[in-house]
Structures are given as structure tokens and as C-alpha cells.
Design a protein around this ligand. Structure first.
Ligand code: C5P
Length: 243
């Protein structure tokens, strides 16, 4: 697959509550961005219609539903996501190797069956709202965040996934451990002038994430909550270009 161009590397997280809100946001971002991420809020509210809406507006869709279930159920979900024509989807790497293998195989099979491009299949490593204390005390993983991210990413690659979702702080070690072909998608992006990290614990600026080697940036509130979302998206793209 050809590497994404600059505007394709920035995905806006459509974390809104209705199709109408998604539609308004896509209208404002059209011509600036060409890819978006649809996650559990909008998908639970609007279902496949949300993906159809974005695709009709010319946006490629990363379906961020972070599947985590037994292999057969995840394979079925990946099949349906592939049928919707999304360019990227994800599963929780902590669901285990058999689950991830079932996901990767289902994507390949469904792409052939439905005559659509095979979506990139990512593993979610450690969500960016968790820090070391929470990972240890709450989740019960007595490891550093970085070591656990690397462990899950290696498992994901062995299981046939294409890349992973990881915070900006883990990009460099991931690149070193997994090489150039491994796709790295990074949320937790915050601009320097924006004081509040919201609920994100491990953040970086767009430039720092690109320099570290991220392939795609996922940005939600810094764009969607800005008074001028298109202007905010342009500023991030510019910063990525300079990096
Ligand atoms: O608004 P904000 O920029 O924090 O949005 C980040 C988006 O990336 C949200 O949709 C969130 O669900 C998603 N995400 C994340 N951390 C992960 C995976 C996905 O923040 N590890």
C-alpha cells in the first residue's frame, strides 16, 4: 500500500452524538481532511449509517470499535466492518493471539468476498488514558507502559495484524522493535497552546509524534471543540508538514 499523503495522515475523531452533528463537522472539514475515525459513541448512536455518511462525503473511515471478544465473534464483527468499506479497524491486542489471528484472516476473506480493499487491522495496545500506576494497580499488569505496549505489539504482529494504536511516547521504541512496515496510529495529540490534556495521560504535539515516526494521528477535541475546526485541522497539518 502506498504511504499516506499529508492530509491523509490526520484523522479527525468524530466523537459526536448524532448523524446530524457528524454531518455538520464533516461539512466544515471537507477539503481540509479526507479521513476520519468513527468510534463507539457515534457508532452506537447511528450505526453503519455513520460510516456510509462519511464515505459518501469522500472521507476514508477508521472504524475504532476496539473489538475484544472470543475469536469467532471478533471475526464476524471484522467481516461486517470490512463489508462497510472502512480502510482501517482495530481490535484489543489484550484479546490474545488467537483472537487477533481470527480478525486478520476475516478481513482478508471478507475483502475478497465483498470486492473491497482489505482494511488495515490494528491492535490497541494500552489506551492513552492509562498511566503506569493505573496499569499496575487497576488493570493488574505490573509492568511499565512501554514494556507492555511492546509486548502487545509484538504479539499483534505475530498474529498477522498490520499495526497498532499507541501513545506518542511509545512510537520510537515501537519503530525500533517492529520496523518501518509496522503501521503506528497515535491518539493523545495535544497542541502546545492547549493547556488541558482532557482525560489523556500520555500526550505529545503533532510535530513530536510525526518526528518520532507515527503514520497516522488521531485528533478529536483539539479539532472538534475548536471554534474553527477547519482552521485547527489546517494548523495541525502545517505543523506535521514542518516536522
Ligand atoms: O479528543 P481526543 O483527541 O482525546 O480523542 C482521541 C481519540 O482517540 C478518541 O476517539 C479516543 O477514543 C481514541 N483513542 C485513544 N487512545 C487509544 C485508542 C483510541 O485516545 N489508545
Amino acid at each position: 500500500m502506498a504511504p499516506p499523503d499529508r492530509s491523509e495522515r490526520l484523522l479527525v475523531a468524530l466523537d459526536v452524538e448524532s448523524l446530524a452533528d457528524a454531518s455538520a463537522l464533516l461539512d466544515r472539514l471537507s477539503g481540509v481532511l479526507s479521513r476520519c475515525k468513527i468510534g463507539s459513541q457515534l457508532y452506537t448512536a447511528a450505526g453503519p449509517a455513520a460510516v456510509e455518511l462519511a464515505r459518501k462525503r469522500g472521507f476514508g473511515v477508521f472504524l475504532d470499535l476496539k473489538f475484544h471478544d472470543i475469536p469467532n465473534t471478533v471475526a464476524g464483527a471484522v467481516r461486517e466492518a470490512t463489508r462497510l468499506g472502512v480502510f482501517m479497524l482495530n481490535v484489543h491486542a489484550s484479546g490474545g493471539a488467537a483472537m487477533m489471528r481470527a480478525a486478520a484472516e476475516a478481513a482478508t476473506k471478507a475483502a475478497t468476498e465483498f470486492g473491497v480493499p482489505r482494511p488495515l487491522c490494528l491492535g490497541v495496545t494500552v489506551v492513552t488514558s492509562l498511566d503506569r500506576r493505573a496499569l499496575d494497580v487497576e488493570v493488574g499488569v505490573p509492568s511499565t507502559v512501554e514494556a507492555h505496549v511492546l509486548h502487545l505489539a509484538r504479539l499483534a504482529r505475530e498474529a498477522g495484524l498490520d499495526g497498532c494504536v499507541a501513545s506518542p511516547r511509545e512510537i520510537t521504541p515501537l519503530r525500533l522493535a517492529l520496523g518501518k512496515q509496522w503501521v503506528i496510529v497515535t491518539p493523545g495529540i495535544r497542541m502546545l497552546d492547549r493547556a488541558a490534556p482532557d482525560d489523556q495521560a500520555r500526550t505529545a504535539t503533532p510535530a513530536a509524534a510525526i518526528r518520532a515516526g507515527a503514520d497516522y494521528l488521531v485528533v478529536g477535541r483539539p479539532i472538534t471543540a475548536a471554534p474553527d475546526p477547519a482552521g485547527a485541522a489546517r494548523a495541525i497539518l502545517e505543523e506535521c508538514g514542518q516536522a
